[in-house]
Structures are given as structure tokens and as C-alpha cells.
Design a protein around this ligand. Structure first.
Ligand SMILES: [Zn+2]
Ligand SMILES: [Zn+2]
Ligand SMILES: [Zn+2]
Length: 332
């Protein structure tokens, strides 16, 4: 029997379709179109806009480099304005759109970077968020990765992530914040801490438990082999991560991405870092966020197409049982 499952944070229902349950080998990654000249390799710095940040290695060469996106969705210069026209609200496109180049070498998948480059990348996320926090106009910084052309990663196969900072809170993040607060108001506990405890007791959806992080396939995933990485230490802000935790996360992220690469034959994927928004300009509004929200990373391999039913209803059909997905990933 197919099962309907509800995500405890968002209250979103998904259908776990066991009838047409798929195995890892049922998914394939389409072959890539030809690659263009890579603007992200060492020595090609003049092909990108001037860097805004970098981490240098012993030889003076950069290890991680941040540049504004060439085709920025939003720009940081200018005065922020807001308008209303009847039912329509408008804000001009003020914000940051940056590319975080994770290695000077032409390596496509983050899974193939060494831990020290992953560490420097994760540290860069933190330092960029802290820097952008000084810009009073910004409310949120979203860090994400598009790997592979079907996941929006284009044809250049050079490992990188993106950062977008916005003067508004983003819908999906807002839903998560509201869901977490709702749960906290009722239970007086963090929903993510509760999820971690439940999953560690039961273990059937746990992929990894090491270095202070839990990796799991969520109870009600939208997509096959969707994976969450959660710090065991409760904290709403990614930027408050310790140096020891950064190294732990580097090891965990590499391991998970490598498992995914092995099991699903180098699938295209996205990940997002969900951290708390900047708490301004209404500090009172965020009264319980320190206790109710818990930062995390969500990874979704790009294995199935979202079709009309999902678009029309926001109700997803996941063709793999989460417990089986976790088992495959544990053993990969
Ligand atoms: Zn390159
Ligand atoms: Zn928590
Ligand atoms: Zn999330």
C-alpha cells in the first residue's frame, strides 16, 4: 500500500509510492553537453568579475575564491525601495549574488575535493554570511549548490556553490521558520532536535552518525534519496559553528556526497544550507528562534522530474521508500 506521510516541520504531505518503488540502478544521469572554457580555474581570474573574498594557500595561490555572479539575479548597489500597486507588492532587485569557487583545480564534483578544500568552502560560507550581515538592508543569505546541468549547474564542470542574499525572507525558509515556531509553541522543544532523537533511537533512516552530525533520509521526503545533514548540537545559526564542527561537517559532507556518487552513478544534485535569518528589524518577532530553529543542509539528487501533479498541489510523490534509501546509502 502506498503511504501518505507528513513532514513534521512544514506540515507538507507526500505520497511514498511503494507500488512503483525504484532501486538505485533504476536512475540514470544524462550525459553532459560539451564543456566550454572554464572561467573558474587557477589562471583564468580575468574571466570572472573581480573577487570579493578569497582564502590563500601557503604558496600565495587562492584555495577558495568568491566572485560576483556574471549574470547576477540581483545587485548590491542602489537604494532599496518598496512599493504597493493594489494587490501587488514590489521591491527592487537589491541583494548579493556570488559564486564560491571551491578549488583552483578543474574538479567537477565536491565529493572529489579533499577535506581541507571542503573545510575552506564551509568556512567561506560562514565568513560571507557574517560580512553580508553588516548590510542592514539584507534579511537572508541562502547558500546552495547546483551540480550538473540538469540541476541548474550549467555546462562548466568546476565545483562551486552560490550565495544569494535578499532584502526579504524567502518563502520556503519562512515556512520552515513558521513550522518550527508552531511546533515549539506547542511542545516547547525544537522540532529538529526531536527528529534527531527519534531517528537515533530508531536508526532505520539514519545514514551516518559521526563527528557531531546526523545524516538521515527524512521521514517524508519529496524526492528519492533526499538527504538531510543536521548538527546534533542545537543552534539556529550556521555561523556559530565551531572550528571542530567545521572539520566534522567537512568529513561528513564529503562522505555523503561520495556515497551518493557511488550509489547513484554520479547524479546531478542540489543542496541548500538553511540557517536562521538576520534578526532585524523586529527583534521581538523572533522571540523563540534561538530555541525553535536548527540549521541544517538539505541535499536532493536530481533523479525524478517534478510533474503537473506536484506543481499543481505542492503534494509530492516519492518513488523510493525512505528506509530503503537510507539502507542503500548506509551500505554504499
Ligand atoms: Zn575549471
Ligand atoms: Zn534543535
Ligand atoms: Zn530546511
Amino acid at each position: 500500500m502506498p503511504e501518505l506521510r507528513k513532514d513534521p516541520v512544514l506540515g507538507r504531505w507526500v505520497i511514498i509510492s511503494t507500488e512503483r518503488s525504484k532501486r538505485p540502478e533504476d536512475f540514470s544521469t544524462p550525459s553532459s553537453p560539451p564543456e566550454k572554457e572554464c572561467p573558474f580555474c587557477l589562471g583564468k581570474e580575468n574571466m570572472t568579475p573581480p573577487e570579493v573574498f578569497s582564502i590563500k594557500g601557503n604558496q600565495g595561490n587562492w584555495r577558495v575564491r568568491v566572485v560576483p555572479a556574471k549574470k547576477e539575479f540581483i545587485k548590491k548597489e542602489g537604494e532599496l525601495w518598496k512599493k504597493g500597486k493594489g494587490p501587488y507588492d514590489l521591491i527592487n532587485g537589491i541583494g548579493y549574488h556570488e559564486i564560491i569557487i571551491e578549488t583552483p583545480n578543474h574538479i567537477a564534483n565536491m565529493a572529489d575535493l579533499d577535506e581541507s578544500h571542503i573545510h575552506d568552502t564551509l568556512l567561506t560560507y560562514c565568513l560571507r554570511i557574517k560580512d553580508i550581515a553588516k548590510d542592514e538592508r539584507m534579511k537572508y543569505v541562502l547558500i546552495f549548490k547546483n551540480y550538473g546541468f540538469t540541476a541548474g549547474g550549467g555546462t562548466v564542470k568546476h565545483s562551486r556553490s552560490q550565495l544569494i542574499a535578499t532584502p526579504i525572507n524567502l518563502k520556503r525558509v519562512k515556512e520552515e521558520l513558521e513550522g518550527s515556531k508552531f511546533y515549539f509553541d506547542y511542545h516547547e522543544r525544537c522540532v529538529f532536535c526531536d527528529i534527531i532523537n527519534q531517528e537515533l533511537n530508531n536508526k532505520e533512516r539514519v545514514v551516518l552518525d559521526q563527528d557531531g552530525f546526523v545524516v538521515l533520509v527524512p521521514f517524508a521526503p519529496r524526492f528519492p534519496f533526499e538527504i538531510w545533514i543536521l548538527p546534533k548540537r542545537h543552534s539556529p545559526d550556521y555561523c556559530k559553528i565551531s572550528e571542530e564542527e567545521l572539520w566534522g561537517l567537512s568529513r561528513v559532507l564529503k562522505k555523503v556526497l561520495f556515497k551518493m556518487k557511488t550509489l547513484l552513478k554520479d547524479p546531478h544534485y542540489n543542496y541548500v544550507l538553511h540557517t536562521a535569518p538576520f534578526r532585524r528589524p523586529y527583534p521581538g518577532y523572533w522571540s523563540t528562534i534561538e530555541e525553535d530553529y536548527h540549521w541544517h543542509i538539505e541535499i536532493t539528487p536530481n533523479l525524478s522530474r517534478v510533474a503537473g501533479f506536484e506543481w499543481g498541489t505542492g503534494f509530492y510523490i516519492c518513488p523510493v521508500l525512505p528506509e530503503e534509501a537510507a539502507k542503500f546509502l548506509r551500505e554504499a
